[in-house]
Ligand binder design. Structure first.
Ligand code: SF4
Ligand code: SF4
Length: 121
């Protein structure tokens, strides 16, 4: 790939939320790294359930969501480090990469979400 094509790449996070434990470490790591206020989040973990679906099976999962405060950890990435939320996720359910490569991965991983935050625009 040419240098120009590389420079134009968009980046994001792929989150395999089916395996998210709801530990909130990603939230805390981001808030600490960027000194965010109590009600500010670069990433926020939502919870769904437990509820019974139409097949009487219980559904219960966590969904980490990126906000407009997410910078995809540009300063850390420039130093060759992973975004701090990815680094601190002990369940290893978050992947950082180009949108193209993450979209390929998404095809293989059901119950995953691909985020391309505003900082890419
Ligand atoms: S990538 Fe960085 S800025 Fe974005 S949510 Fe994760 S820790 Fe926060
Ligand atoms: S750190 Fe990982 S397992 Fe914990 S809430 Fe965030 S995404 Fe889920």
């Amino acid at each position: 790939m040419s240098a120009n094509a590389l420079a134009n790449q968009k980046y994001g996070l792929l989150i395999h939320y089916d395996f998210c434990t709801g530990c909130h470490s990603c939230e805390m790591a981001c808030k600490k790294e960027y000194g965010l206020e109590q009600d500010q989040f670069g990433i926020k973990v939502a919870q769904y359930g437990p509820v019974q679906n139409s097949e009487k099976k219980w559904e219960f999962f966590y969904m980490p969501m990126l906000t407009d405060l997410c910078t995809l950890c540009a300063p850390r990435v420039a130093e060759g480090k992973l975004p701090t939320c990815v680094h601190h996720c002990q369940a290893k359910v978050m992947q950082y990469g180009t949108i193209d490569e993450l979209a390929e991965q998404l095809k293989l991983t059901p119950k995953s979400a691909l985020f391309a935050p505003k900082c890419n625009a």
